[in-house]
Design a protein around this ligand. Sequence first.
Ligand code: GLU
Length: 454
Amino acid sequence: MSYVDRVLEATKAKNANEPEFLQTVEEVLNSLRPIVDNDPKYEEHAILERLVEPEKVHMFRVPWVDDNGKVQVNRGFRVQFNSAIGPYKGGLRFQPNVNLSIIKFLGFEQTFKNSLTTLPIGGGKGGSDFDPKGKSDMEVMRFCQSFMNELYRYIGIDVDCPAGDMGVGGREIGYLYGQFKRLTGRYEAGALSGKGLSYGGSIGRPEATGYGAVYYADEYFKSIGSSLKGKKVSVTGFGNVAWGACKKLTEYGAIPVTISGPDGYILDEEGITTPEKIAFLLEMRASNRNEAKMYLEKFPNAKFVAGERPFGKVKADIYMPCAMQNEIRIEEAKLIVSEGTAKDVIEVSNMPTTNEAMAYLQQNGIVMQASKAVNAGGVACSSLEMTQNAEHLPWTLEEVDEKLQRIMRGIFNACKSAAEEYNVMINGKPNYVAGANLAGFKKVAAAMMEQGIV
Ligand code: GLU
């Protein structure tokens, strides 16, 4: 049995009740075969065994009092996955389905994503099964304060820098930072990113994930002699990432035609392209209702399809999933292929495609781009925020955006070059997904080997 197969088997046996974590480990390790199966040094240093084992896992009780005076208890997590190339860095997700498997999958992905940015950040992730939907501001504040009462022990500028993810935006980061500052008695701005502009945040951070995804896509289309101009894009989600993507897609002349929520999807054939429509996505998010159909209240010409996702149901040149993990399962993959219009799936949300769906799409001529490469603009901008905090100087939007663009275009080219270097091709085209894993892995593995067995 090969080294990869042995580590996969052991990882499955050890983490049998963590399906999301095993899904990403399987996807990533399988694509590393061209490197690790051809060079014994990786096994000698037990690189894969160490990569799949988080350096530390913190799991803690988060008690808080709701507006009715009732005590509520949630579970908090911070998984510090890999610090080979920098302090742990990654978001916090507040969503009722959050569990250890989900946080470990996100932390594992983050390690490779952060490496791809070329910036000095290790991989980590955290969150809670707290449901922000329908909570008052004061409830959210009390929850965040209680969460930080434990988390503050594990974070810091040179240790671990959390940020937002699903359910954690500017409001939550503000409450978390305020409590962190109070507990530590220091203004350690670089210990959290995604902060407000008035207290150390970076201009451009809220847009960075969506904009970064479009810069990546632009670079990809350029490389194949094409462009985004005139392409119909089916976006899912309507949060921060979908918003940024729609905004930048429009600037590049593409036409986003869908958004989605847990309740179904919106199809706006006229395009979600006007400043009014794009701004309304922010209102939808701020409303805390978590419903895509709210779009109809302002734009009644659009169509709402309850309980469904747009994959293979609407005609689009590109699908850009921006909602959450496992949005594209084998059923959706088959629909996309049989519908026949789309040529590209540009993953934006973390791990939106199951491994089975990914293989099916690739075998059937759809070109896939990996989320850990495409969505790295968010964390890259977070790292730029840490740099600004360290030098006590805010940068201009032009400076941040120029760096973000350079990073994202560099990531696409790194994925492409790695696929070409290791000759991982599908239907004569580079397998960009494998390329992302190979490129991200190389730097982390090199740093681990140079630092000895730790
Ligand atoms: N949650 C985002 C991600 O998945 C951003 C993390 C960060 O800014 O640290 O990469």
